[in-house]
Design a protein around this ligand. Structure first.
Ligand SMILES: NC(=O)C1=CN([C@@H]2O[C@H](COP(=O)(O)OP(=O)(O)OC[C@H]3O[C@@H](n4cnc5c(N)ncnc54)[C@H](O)[C@@H]3O)[C@@H](O)[C@H]2O)C=CC1
Ligand SMILES: O=C([O-])CC(=O)C(=O)O
Length: 314
């Protein structure tokens, strides 16, 4: 009998989102974690990883965590999560990061391609729809193995606000957000419910519109409050949920950034859509019937993604 091997998860970028994700993944014992950052930050990266590892006897998790600046340590990872890059500050849009982060994502993907050619890659770096495209191009992996994170986070914000509004458990709120990870993303009210009850029968259209608008600028709300960086707890939770869905082959229905080939009328574009996430990565894309207004909102969001993508692919 061959021994059962532990899963290996590499997280590139040991900053706020990377380090927080490493800890959440280890706490859930999804596998062993390798945290990578640039050579100039090798010691702080090792220090963060060791500090997390030393929490393991207290919290009782058996995941190993190591920090490194050497991609040889990441070899044969099952999952690679890319959080490397710069984050925005108040007054900036995610799109302002495009040139800097495209260079970083390309360099990181060259390493992943070489050291973990069979991995499933999840991209967080912003502007994430365009960065997922850049990663796909550089990696040359099949489309099911290149996945961007936006929908889990945007949906989590939307559900948080609905639960607060109705003073009900977040566990009973269902909904999802379609489109690009920008201020024109499309929270789908028509597909949202609370304990099975359509949300538009419980909250007035005016309040729902305010919730939709707050969701759209949810990232910016945190950026303005933090003052010197962007959200990381909820983004790390989102990455952890996606990693778990894949490593446990849960086949969860999760909105992620996927490569579209005709779905929703788009071809050759990465955009947030509902999918089945399992052991093969993106196993299926659901194409929902949209109203004219919803399709128009999605078209506008897709146009924004296309515009920023042109900057890095021309
Ligand atoms: N898609 C989404 O929903 C979200 C995206 N983000 C994005 O994720 C990225 C990271 O955010 P934070 O962790 O808050 O930033 P951070 O500044 O705390 O961490 C980024 C880390 O990347 C490292 N890095 C830079 N170049 C690298 C390279 N070539 N190789 C390895 N590591 C490298 C930096 O040294 C730093 O430690 C940003 O672009 C941010 O906008 C953040 C939250 C949500
Ligand atoms: O807002 C940002 O820059 C980070 C991000 O994508 C989010 O928190 O949604």
């Amino acid at each position: 009998m061959t021994a059962i091997k532990r899963k290996k998860i590499t997280i590139v970028g040991a900053g706020f989102t990377g380090a927080t994700t490493a800890l959440m993944i280890a706490q859930k014992e999804l596998g062993d974690v390798v945290l990578v950052d640039i050579p100039q930050l090798e010691n702080p990266t090792k220090g963060k990883a060791l500090d997390m590892l030393e929490a393991s006897p207290v919290q009782g998790f058996d995941s190993r965590i190591r920090g490194t600046a050497d991609y040889a340590d990441t070899a044969s990872s099952d999952i690679v999560i890319i959080t490397a890059g710069v984050a925005r500050k108040p007054g900036m849009s995610r799109d302002d990061l495009v040139n800097t982060n495209a260079g970083i994502v390309r360099a990181v993907c060259e390493q992943i391609k070489q050291h973990s050619p069979e991995s499933i890659v999840i991209i967080l770096s912003n502007p994430v729809d365009a960065m997922t495209y850049v990663a796909y191009e550089t990696l040359g992996f099949p489309k099911n193995r290149v996945i961007g994170q936006s929908g889990v986070l945007d949906t989590a914000r939307y559900c948080t606000f609905i639960a607060e509004e109705l003073n009900v458990s977040v566990e009973d709120v269902r909904g999802f957000v379609l489109g690009g990870h920008g201020d024109d993303m499309v929270p789908l009210v028509r597909y949202s419910s609370v304990g099975g009850i359509p949300v538009d029968t419980l909250i007035s259209p005016e309040r729902l519109e305010e919730i939709v608008q707050r969701t759209r600028v949810g990232g910016g709300e945190i950026v303005n409050l933090l003052g010197n960086g962007s959200a990381y707890y909820a983004p790390a939770a989102a990455l952890t949920q996606m990693t778990e869905a894949i490593l446990k082959d849960k086949k969860r229905i999760i909105p992620v950034i996927a490569y579209l080939e005709g779905e929703y009328g788009y071809d050759g574009l990465f955009l947030g859509v509902p999918t089945i996430l399992g052991g093969d990565g993106i196993e299926r894309i659901f194409e929902l019937e949209l109203t004219e207004d919803e399709q128009a909102a999605l078209n506008q969001s897709a146009e924004s993604v296309r515009n920023v993508l042109q900057i890095v692919t021309r």
